[in-house]
Design a protein around this ligand. Structure first.
Ligand code: PEP
Ligand code: MN
Length: 355
């Protein structure tokens, strides 16, 4: 897989770990077909959910233990390492019976310290790798608490998976990344590798490449991506899964920048990374704002209200300028930037009115 990735320089090797496979194990044929095609694409670590924690009842909740049999078969026949999600001690014991190499704790489970402790207790004395997804809520302490519980149980190989955080309302991403939360965990627990899950973050195929690249640029240690031999027919998360071949194309375009060691990287580099991240967040926020503006445009069209309501806008601008002043931003700057945002919003609404 490393061969597939572009490298900017070759003097220092940084080899992101790649874990790929379907959201859920569905049938033996689906598992084998996906695994064989991923193996030919150079993937060495295969994932599949056997017990699926679903937000709402009535959705596919996983095939259960027989999926472990398929995972072990994939391990034996392809030589790949295999991973699945565990949410209870009994899941863990079942997975270990089938020789599963890596286990991950899902976002809904990480949020519950009782559940994490139960798994940690059952892990004592067992030799298995554990990956801990971030909790649903953006709370670095809760995430680190879960990592600590697993570490205190004596587990040697632990990593963190950043899959984004739940949010209410419309957003371009299913689970907005809020990169700063993961970067805080990375900073406080630097020995724990950080893996990005762009599939659950973005919730759509089209976001996988850019989120993956962004995570690598932030110095992440690997990716976990949902890959299905026939994504359109997947029983869960079908919008965010890609075929093994599409995944291979995405990976081949990723650029792995050789990271200078922590000591070598200058303060300036760190600050520039922060600026890049903030600019990116600003862009996403602007795009999100235009999404809401467009919806408002639709309501205005329905109710035959004019686009421009000058009174409301003056009121908003006044409030923003006052608040911004307290944050050390000049009035001229605020005026210019918000006028320009307002103009772009009007343009978006005009498009709705015309359309
Ligand atoms: C999954 O990896 O399929 C999954 C259920 O993920 P999460 O816990 O991140 O929602
Ligand atoms: Mn999934």
């Amino acid at each position: 897989m490393e061969k597939l990735m572009q490298k900017e320089t070759v003097n220092k090797k940084r080899k992101p770990r790649i874990v790929a496979g379907p959201c859920s194990a569905e049938t033996e044929e689906q598992m084998m077909e996906t695994a064989i095609r991923l193996k030919s694409a150079g993937v060495e670590m295969f994932r599949a959910g056997i017990w699926k924690p679903r937000t709402q009842p009535g959705n596919f909740e996983g095939v259960g233990e027989r999926g472990l049999f398929w995972l072990r078969k994939i391990k034996r026949e392809t030589g790949m390492q295999v991973a699945t999600e565990v949410a209870t001690a009994s899941h863990l014991n079942a997975a270990l019976k089938y020789d599963i190499d890596m286990l991950w704790i899902g976002a809904r489970t990480t949020a519950n310290p009782f559940a994490v402790q139960e798994i940690a207790d059952a892990l004592r004395g067992r030799d298995v790798e554990v990956m801990v997804k971030n909790p649903l809520n953006p709370d670095p302490a809760l995430w680190m608490g879960a990592l600590q519980r697993i570490r205190e149980a004596g587990v040697k190989k632990i990593s963190a998976i950043h899959r984004g955080f739940s949010s209410y309302g419309k957003n371009i991403y299913r689970n907005p990344p809020q990169w700063q939360v993961a970067l805080e965990v990375k900073q406080q627990m630097p020995d724990i590798p950080m893996i990005c899950d762009p599939s659950h973050m973005g919730g759509a195929r089209k976001h996988i490449a850019s989120l993956s690249q962004k995570s690598l640029d932030l110095g992440y240690d690997g990716l976990m991506v949902e890959v299905h031999h026939n994504p359109e027919q997947a029983w869960s998360d079908k919008n965010q899964q890609v075929t093994p071949e599409a995944f291979s194309r995405i990976v081949s375009k990723l650029i792995v920048r050789d990271e200078k060691s922590r000591e070598e990287s200058t303060k300036l580099d760190c600050l520039r990374k922060q600026i890049d991240r903030i600019d990116d967040d600003l862009l996403e926020l602007l795009a999100e704002r235009m999404g809401v503006v467009t919806e408002i445009g639709e309501v205005k069209k329905e109710q035959s209200i004019t686009i421009l309501q000058a009174g409301r806008w003056q009121q908003i601008l006044g409030k923003l300028e006052e608040r911004g002043k307290d944050m050390g931003l000049s009035q001229v700057f605020l005026n210019e930037i918000f006028k320009s945002i307002h103009q772009e919003s009007i343009n978006h609404q005009e498009k709705v009115m015309r359309g």
